[in-house]
Write a protein that binds this ligand. Structure first.
Ligand SMILES: Cc1cc2nc3c(=O)[nH]c(=O)nc-3n(C[C@H](O)[C@H](O)[C@H](O)COP(=O)(O)OP(=O)(O)OC[C@H]3O[C@@H](n4cnc5c(N)ncnc54)[C@H](O)[C@@H]3O)c2cc1C
Length: 456
């Protein structure tokens, strides 16, 4: 590759091309155990045409290109293992159009989900996908993110209607439309959602919105054992109660959250639940859930009716990852992310708990159990090879278990560099089909190399 030639042509960006150590360092590190891999340069485009020009220059010079939203992905997705140019979308963060009557919004990829919802507040609408971290909408689309509310509103897969994408050769295409559905050929929107920047760079998204619920109620309820808590979730989902959120925290996670957020939850497995709807519907859902929870031995409810109480509750949940990291000072984490069919949830969680208990590592478990998705946060000392090996072995067994039970190795975080080892087991010959799609759209292998597809 001729990096110098590409950088000379990219000089049209002026001070929006950076090679400072601080900027490269920021764009070369991940949130988790995956070691830093720095790009050679970072660019900050402001328009689709600038992105297309950047891509054309890099493609002609054979320079890798890595999209960057907010850098919150957990599997080293946005690192630069082959060097190259990181395209940071933070200056393409406009809300382009709100179509309230269609319940749609058009945005640039760098807008964060918190800012989008702040700007939508006066419309009575909101964007529901909530991965906790204040991620960008472009990054969330690229990891097919979900989070606490997916059980009710779906993931990015259901909530992205259309995209504008700059392909690896600099062509600009639009996928999808503003219609609620379409049968017009291959579903390219679905192909790009979850492609982790390996097929092209997103420059615009059309997203579905939801009406803000008239009434919201949330609660925390404890259980003496993990088993009944998980069984309660399975029965609740199978009974068709439209839960807006139903989150599980094991005792280790509860202890970490209490210490981090100044909460005083009883030290036992807890479910965090939320109901959305009309006042009557919320009351009815809460009563039905209460009956089920009581039948599984729930030790009592703490309700969060006021907005500020709910804000505190979900802030605590969203900070659980950092709370768990702080529970073992100086540690880093291998974050697991399996997802199984609802009927297999109890078996998957219980086997995982026993496996971690028999290991030398702390590994608190938490998850969006309402859609079969849970995480063990395996805490390791940086540089300790035996701990890393133990954590990798546990993570591998979780992946095998999820596949044996009919599930997936990653429910929401994606593949990046960290989950590549399990892709063949999950997809078999279909992984080669993904590689063929990658080769068709990016024959030079320049879009986010080292991620998602088989590595040569
Ligand atoms: C504390 C914490 C909690 C989390 N909880 C959840 C959770 O509950 N659910 C969940 O789903 N995730 C969760 N995550 C992971 C995370 O927030 C996501 O993976 C997020 O979707 C990534 O968005 P981002 O803007 O940070 O993207 P980045 O990390 O910047 O990038 C992610 C990927 O998208 C690519 N990319 C970014 N923008 C573009 C673009 N415009 N065009 C092409 N490619 C692009 C990057 O190259 C990379 O491959 C959590 C993370 C943290 C730190």
């Amino acid at each position: 590759m001729t990096l110098d030639a590409a950088l000379a042509e990219l000089a049209f960006l002026g001070d929006r091309l950076s090679r400072s150590a601080a900027v490269l360092g920021h764009h070369g590190q991940s949130e988790t155990h995956i070691r830093s891999r720095l790009p050679d340069a970072v660019v900050f485009p402001r328009s689709t045409s600038e992105v297309a020009r950047i891509v054309s220059i890099c493609a002609a010079q054979g320079v890798p290109m890595i999209g960057w939203g907010a850098g919150t992905s957990l599997e080293g997705h946005a690192l630069a293992p082959c060097g190259g140019v990181t395209v940071d979308f933070s200056q393409m963060d406009a809300l382009l159009e709100v179509r309230a009557e269609d319940m749609l919004v058009r945005v640039q990829p760098g807008i964060t989900r918190e800012r989008l919802n702040q700007e939508l507040r006066a419309t009575g609408l909101f964007f529901p996908v909530d991965p906790g971290a204040n991620a960008s909408l472009g990054g969330m689309a690229m990891t097919r993110a979900s989070g606490t509310t997916a059980v009710r509103y779906g993931t990015m897969r259901q909530n992205v209607l259309a995209l504008e994408v700059v392909l690896a050769d600099g062509r600009i295409i639009r996928t999808g439309s503003m219609a609620p559905k379409s049968s017009a050929g291959y579903d390219l929107t679905a192909l790009f959602v979850g492609s982790e920047g390996t097929l092209g760079l997103i420059t615009e998204l059309t997203l579905r919105l939801q009406g803000q619920p008239e009434a919201i109620s949330a609660a925390v309820c404890g259980f003496a054992e993990m088993g009944p808590a998980v069984d309660c979730v399975m029965t609740t989902i199978q009974s068709g109660i439209p839960m807006a959120r139903i989150e599980f925290l094991d005792t280790g996670t509860v202890a970490a959250c209490n210490a981090w957020s100044g909460q005083n939850m009883p030290l036992m497995p807890q479910l965090l639940v939320e109901f959305h709807g009309s006042p009557a519907a919320v009351a009815e859902q809460a009563a039905r859930f209460g009956e089920i929870a009581n039948s599984f031995g729930c030790t009592g409810f703490r309700w969060a009716e006021a907005q500020e109480d709910r804000t505190r509750l979900w802030k605590m949940r969203h900070e659980a990852y950092h709370a768990i990291l702080a529970s073992r000072p100086g540690s880093t984490a291998i974050v697991t992310d399996v997802c199984v069919p609802m009927s297999a949830l109890a078996e998957a969680v219980e086997e995982t708990r026993a496996d971690i208990a028999a290991s030398p590592l702390p590994g608190p478990i938490l998850g969006h159990v309402g859609d079969g998705n849970f995480h063990a946060i395996l805490l390791i000392k940086p540089g300790d090879d035996s701990e890393r090996a133990a954590a990798k072995a546990l993570s591998g067994r979780m992946a095998e278990r999820a596949l044996r039970l009919g599930g997936t190795i990653t429910g929401e975080h994606g593949v990046g560099m960290g989950k590549l080892d399990y892709m063949a087991a999950e997809h078999g010959a279909a992984w080669a089909v993904m590689e063929a799609i990658k080769t068709a759209l990016d024959p030079k292998g320049l879009m986010n190399p080292g991620k998602l597809v088989p590595q040569q």
